[in-house]
Design a protein around this ligand. Sequence first.
Ligand SMILES: Nc1ncnc2c1ncn2[C@@H]1O[C@H](COP(=O)(O)OP(=O)(O)OP(=O)(O)O)[C@@H](O)[C@H]1O
Ligand SMILES: [Mg+2]
Length: 262
Amino acid sequence: MSKLLVFGNEKGGAGKSTLSMHVACALLQSGASVGVLDLDLRQLTLRRFFENRAAFANTHAVDLPMAQIGKIDTKAERSEKREFECVTTGLMAQNDYVVVDCPGALTPYSELAHANADTLITPMNDSFIDFDLLARIDPETNAVKGPSIYSEMVWDARKARSLSGGKPIDWIVARNRLASTNMHNKRKVGEALENLSKRIGFRLVPGLSDRVIFKELFPKGLTVADPNSLTHLPSSMSNIAARQELRDLMVELNLPDFKVGF
Ligand SMILES: Nc1ncnc2c1ncn2[C@@H]1O[C@H](COP(=O)(O)OP(=O)(O)OP(=O)(O)O)[C@@H](O)[C@H]1O
Ligand SMILES: [Mg+2]
């Protein structure tokens, strides 16, 4: 059965597109078939990434596993719900996984994606500004005071799902752009997230550090999951660690029947 993996967070710049392209390539390089759907209809970063990948494969005449790109027709006469269902049903019928990148704001399409997710991955920069979209905390004690708008939206999506008898959404918060310095902030945000994960029911995973390699291969449509014969990455400690972080993230996603193959 195909799985819908949704990357969402109403905070802009949290790493949704970056993580979605890395996870999509990790799945492809592990032998899975993948459909992708970009719901950020203005930026279209995920779609552009896969267009870059196709152009790279073409220019260098190399065999690269490609994702099937689904497209929302913004001029379609039908409702957003019908359009979303039509595109995702088509992608899910032909692929093991469908990776959906949401915009950094609530739109009808992103709401639909959250409501239909099998796994929801919320990347979060290691900052209390990003944390504020998940929950309010007491400035003195760091105790969680209550959920914020994004968590409430996910909560509503989960409630609707359980009322309709669907499988529960596996919600994962992945810390992103973790710094190798500023240990104090990292620890404080980590503790607050650990606390919150128990309160509102998400799984907290380490995610990715802040590394140039997670962005510099974008114009080629490649990632650290792709073979070194194509990326030509020097075998530095940082690049080896980057690959390992992506492997670890894939394991943490806990996808049924998935084995890391890169
Ligand atoms: N782990 C990382 N290491 C280094 N740079 C990163 C990392 N993750 C994201 N970035 C950079 O941070 C910026 C924001 O990332 P990205 O575009 O993936 O976020 P987003 O959540 O999709 O944003 P938006 O809400 O605008 O769609 C980009 O410049 C990206 O290259
Ligand atoms: Mg984005």
